[in-house]
Design a protein around this ligand. Structure first.
Ligand code: ADP
Ligand code: MG
Length: 398
């Protein structure tokens, strides 16, 4: 879904109130009846003002009219939720303008944004349930028992969980983006000036990068965590250049980990499967891309398990749960993420698996854009950085 913020500046304060009223109403109503919108917006001008706002909001697609047999009403669209989140970020001065999109997944949009001082950051908009929406039939039962607008609830959970983990990991000194803000289904974080491992065709010393990536898996485990999607798209590689006294230049590669909504605890019933999957993902990639095979087997889950919380290490799985994430929320999100994975495999799985195995260098660039559902707009900050302020496309929100 494309985020177009142009209409934002033209919304009057009454429009924001009405939009917020639709959001509030949709917590309990799949379709928010017009009288309820009137009641919740509490506009001084009364019903006519509300109706005016409703029609301007509907015109720009922030709410959509739904005609039901029982009653007419409106539902919030993804666009509407995007606007509400951006409005919050703007009023808290975390985001001033929105620039280029640097990544598009099936369940997220990644935009470069800037704050008041012009500092560039990344806005991640979670779009969980987007796939489920397309395959509504098979999901009907699942959606039936959920909150009125399941996609909204699930996308918010994904953002909350990702933000909570980013905070916990950042505090513990893990190489992750700095968390800046969260609102609804979105988070704002620092922009990492790096490319995904996926786009790196050569490294001077694969063994040492491999060792570093494995040691990150083990370090996460010792804090009670498994990334759960530890692949070449979710590991960004920073190049740190340095010059020695004798003038020789050297480049050090530093991984930064991103994408945390699916993280699981080392106590999870399927922890071993997730742990092994993360390890194997890295092994497979290093073999394919760099023709590198580690000399030692493992690491193994049972050994990693023994290190959890050792010597007083902070249990981050527990601290995230303590941050207000209930078991039910984790369960709901996990079900949705599993569903998402199954959908993904169903849609592109067969082809993709083959690609994974055969994948030789030549064909990689092309499939890059599709394999993870990212559009070929370039990813990583490389493309984003030139984008935002130079091409005039950046849209200020106020
Ligand atoms: P998804 O859940 O859709 O996989 P990710 O969080 O993995 O979303 O982000 C998708 C892509 O966007 C990444 O592969 C990376 O190229 C880019 N990206 C995400 N966050 C950042 C960031 N903080 N800095 C730079 N690039 C980022
Ligand atoms: Mg990702």
């Amino acid at each position: 879904m494309k985020l177009d913020t142009r209409a934002m500046r033209h919304l009057a304060s009454e429009d924001w109130r009405v939009l917020t009223a639709v959001e509030t109403g949709s917590k309990n109503h799949e379709i928010v009846p017009t009288p309820l919108i009137e009641k919740l917006s509490r506009l001084r001008g009364g019903a006519s003002g509300v109706h005016r706002s409703i029609s301007s909001l509907a015109k720009v697609g922030l709410i959509a009219r739904v005609k039901e047999a029982k009653y007419d009403g409106y539902r919030l669209t993804y666009g509407g939720l995007d606007y509400l989140a951006l409005h919050t970020h703007a009023s808290r001065k975390d985001v001033y303008s929105v620039g280029n999109r640097i990544g598009v997944g099936k369940e997220s949009d990644i935009m470069v944004v800037a704050d008041h001082s012009g500092k560039q950051c990344v806005l991640k908009i979670h779009r969980l349930g987007r796939i489920s929406f397309r395959t509504v039939k098979s999901n009907r039962d699942y959606l039936k028992n959920k909150n009125a607008q399941s996609w909204m609830y699930l996308s918010r959970l994904a953002a909350m969980k990702e933000y909570a983990f980013m905070n916990a990991l950042h505090e513990e000194g893990f190489p992750v983006p700095s968390p800046i803000a969260q609102s609804r289904h979105t988070i704002v974080m620092s922009l990492i000036d790096a490319f995904p491992l996926r786009q790196i065709s050569e490294v001077p010393d694969p063994a040492s990068l491999y060792a570093e990536l494995i040691s990150l898996i083990l370090r996460l485990a010792s804090h009670g965590l498994i990334h759960g999607d530890y692949n070449e798209f979710n590991i960004l590689i920073k190049e740190i250049k340095s010059t020695a006294e004798d003038g020789t230049e050297s480049i050090k590669l530093e991984p930064v980990i991103i994408d945390f909504p699916q993280m699981v605890s080392m106590e999870h019933v399927n922890a071993e499967m997730y742990f092994d999957r993360d390890v194997n993902c890295i092994k497979r990639f290093f073999l394919r891309r760099f023709h590198f095979t580690p000399t030692q087997p493992g690491p193994f889950f049972k050994d990693a398990k023994k290190t959890v919380g050792k010597d007083g290490l902070k249990r981050l799985d527990a601290s995230v749960e303590a941050s207000g994430f209930t078991k039910k929320m984790l369960k709901d999100l996990e079900a949705a993420i599993k569903k998402k994975e199954a959908d993904k495999e169903g849609q592109e799985g067969a082809e993709d698996e083959e690609d994974e195995d055969e994948d030789e260098d030549s064909s990689e660039e092309e499939e890059d854009s599709e394999a993870d559902g990212h559009e070929g707009e370039g990813s990583g900050s490389g493309s984003g950085q030139e984008g935002l302020l130079s091409d005039g496309l950046s849209q200020s929100l106020l």
